[in-house]
Design a protein around this ligand. Structure first.
Ligand code: GDP
Length: 187
C-alpha cells in the first residue's frame, strides 16, 4: 500500500474524499496511470504487487478532493474483483491499451462488471485508451473508443502514462464531474 504524503499537501477543512477505482486488463497501464496521477512521473513498473492504493489531492473551485485511487493490484487476472473494491466508488476508470485490441474487448467486459455491481447513477465512469504514444502499434482507433463511450453514455479520453499526455486533464475532468454529481454525498 502506498500513500503519497506530498499529494496530501494543501488539505483543507473542505477536503472531500473521493474513491476512484481503476479497471481493465492486466498490462494496460493502470498502475502507471495511478503513479502519474500521484507523482507526475512515469515509473516503469514490472508488476503490481500489493500496491493497491494511492492518494492524491485535486482542487476544484477552491474545494480539495482527496482521491483515493484503488488499483486492482493484479486481481484482474482472475477476471473479477471483490464487491468491496467497487463499494462506495465515486468514479471508475475502465482502461484499455490502444495497441491491444483484446484489451479493448475486455474493457467491455469490465463495463458489464460495473453494471452488475449496481453502482449509483452518480458514479462517474470514464473509458480510457492508454498508451496513445504507441502510434505505430495502434490497434484501436480513437473513433472506436469514442463510439463505445457514446453507446454507453460514458466520458472518453486517450492518455499516455509514458509521456503524460492528457493524464492531468483526465484527473481534473473526473474531479469536476465528481464534484458536480456527488457533492451532497461527500459533504
Ligand atoms: P497494469 O497491469 O494495468 O497496472 O499495467 P502497468 O502500469 O503495470 O503497465 C504495463 C506495462 O505497460 C509496463 O511495462 C509499463 O511500462 C507500460 N506502460 C504503461 N503505460 C504506458 C504508456 O502510456 N505507454 C507505453 N508505451 N507503455 C506504457
Amino acid at each position: 500500500m502506498s500513500h503519497n504524503a506530498a499529494g496530501d499537501a494543501g488539505i483543507s477543512a473542505r477536503t472531500l474524499r473521493v474513491k476512484m477505482v481503476l479497471l481493465g486488463s492486466c498490462g494496460v497501464g493502470k498502475s502507471s496511470l495511478a503513479t502519474r496521477f500521484v507523482k507526475g512521473e512515469f515509473v516503469n513498473i514490472q508488476q503490481t504487487v500489493g500496491c493497491a492504493y494511492h492518494s492524491h489531492v485535486v482542487s476544484v473551485n477552491g474545494v480539495s478532493l482527496r482521491f483515493e485511487i484503488w488499483d486492482t493490484a493484479g486481481q484482474e487476472k482472475y477476471h473479477s474483483v471483490t464487491p468491496l473494491y467497487y463499494r462506495g466508488a465515486h468514479a471508475a476508470l475502465v482502461v484499455y491499451d490502444v495497441s491491444n485490441k483484446e484489451s479493448f474487448r475486455r474493457a467491455q467486459f469490465w463495463l458489464k462488471e460495473l453494471e452488475k455491481q449496481y453502482i449509483p447513477d452518480s458514479t462517474v465512469v470514464w473509458l480510457v485508451g492508454n498508451k496513445a504514444d504507441l502510434t505505430h502499434d495502434r490497434q484501436v482507433s480513437s473513433q472506436e473508443g469514442q463510439n463505445l463511450a457514446e453507446d454507453r453514455g460514458l466520458g472518453f479520453m486517450e492518455t499516455s502514462a509514458l509521456s503524460g499526455d492528457h493524464v492531468t486533464q483526465l484527473l481534473q475532468t473526473i474531479a469536476y464531474r465528481v464534484h458536480e454529481l456527488t457533492w451532497d454525498q461527500c459533504s
